[in-house]
Ligand binder design. Structure first.
Ligand code: ADP
Ligand code: ADP
Length: 208
């Protein structure tokens, strides 16, 4: 299964990917996680990406495309992958299509998780992550258990200001890739405004 999860910031892509990878036995490839790791390691890519990420802007296409093409060429992606947060622009979608064509493989599905804008800021500002396990929590919707409350962290870009910038970018840059995949007949739309278990069930049904 070669699939993409797309949706606005805070739609639940990371949450759903973590719940789905066991079912499909494919690697979860989050460009946000990869870029944050590059920033933490202080690589050239990380130094370049840091400012864009903190401002809620997109990291330039050329950097992200090269990073993803290299990643999906690795052996663990030979029979599939779940992309989360990529593609986010039309050039990224076209570069991915070209790379898959060159490898003689194709995407099976693109799952769009829709959540209305008015719920996004609350989801993003309440998000907390466990740096040890990568588990995603929310102060209200999925509070971290007592024993890890002291170690959960808030992402630097999970402020209201950066969130609104990301949401604007989602509408101007990412939403235009949706018709691209609809035209290919592989788009599956799922309402993400429900409990996480219900959203998972909707996605697995949509993928059948
Ligand atoms: P994305 O990867 O799309 O940015 P996340 O999976 O990180 O989104 O979720 C953003 C925040 O919203 C997290 O704090 C997460 O716990 C919470 N969340 C995810 N799915 C739901 C849901 N279905 N209902 C309520 N909160 C959710
Ligand atoms: P969210 O969970 O809120 O959707 P991500 O963790 O996916 O956010 O991404 C965090 C940031 O990393 C983005 O705001 C952007 O700066 C950068 N980023 C991630 N994926 C891409 C991409 N495909 N193209 C450009 N920038 C990206």
């Amino acid at each position: 299964m070669r699939m993409i999860l797309v949706g606005p910031p805070g739609a639940g892509k990371g949450t759903q990917a973590a719940r789905l990878v066991d079912t499909y036995q494919i690697p979860h490839i989050s460009t946000g996680d990869m870029l944050r790791a590059a920033v933490n390691e202080g690589t050239e890519l990380g130094k370049c990406a840091d400012g864009y990420m903190q401002r809620g802007e997109l990291v330039p296409d050329s950097l992200v495309i090269a990073m993803v093409i290299e990643r999906i060429g690795k052996a663990d992606c030979a029979s599939g992958f779940m992309l989360d947060g990529f593609p986010r622009t039309r050039p990224q979608a076209e570069a991915l299509d070209q790379a898959l064509q060159d490898a003689n493989v194709a995407l099976d599905a693109v799952v769009l998780i829709s959540v209305p804008d008015e719920f996004i800021v609350k989801r993003i500002t309440g998000r907390r992550c466990d740096p040890d396990t990568g588990e995603i929590y929310h102060l209200e919707f999925r509070p971290p258990p007592d024993d890890i409350q002291d170690r959960v962290i808030q992402r630097k870009d999970d402020t209201e200001e950066a969130c609104l910038a990301r949401l604007a970018k989602y509408h101007s840059e990412t939403a235009p890739i949706i018709p691209f995949y609809r035209d290919q007949g592989i788009l599956r739309e799922v309402d993400g405004n429900a409990a996480p278990t219900d959203v998972t069930a909707r996605i697995t049904t949509a993928l059948q």
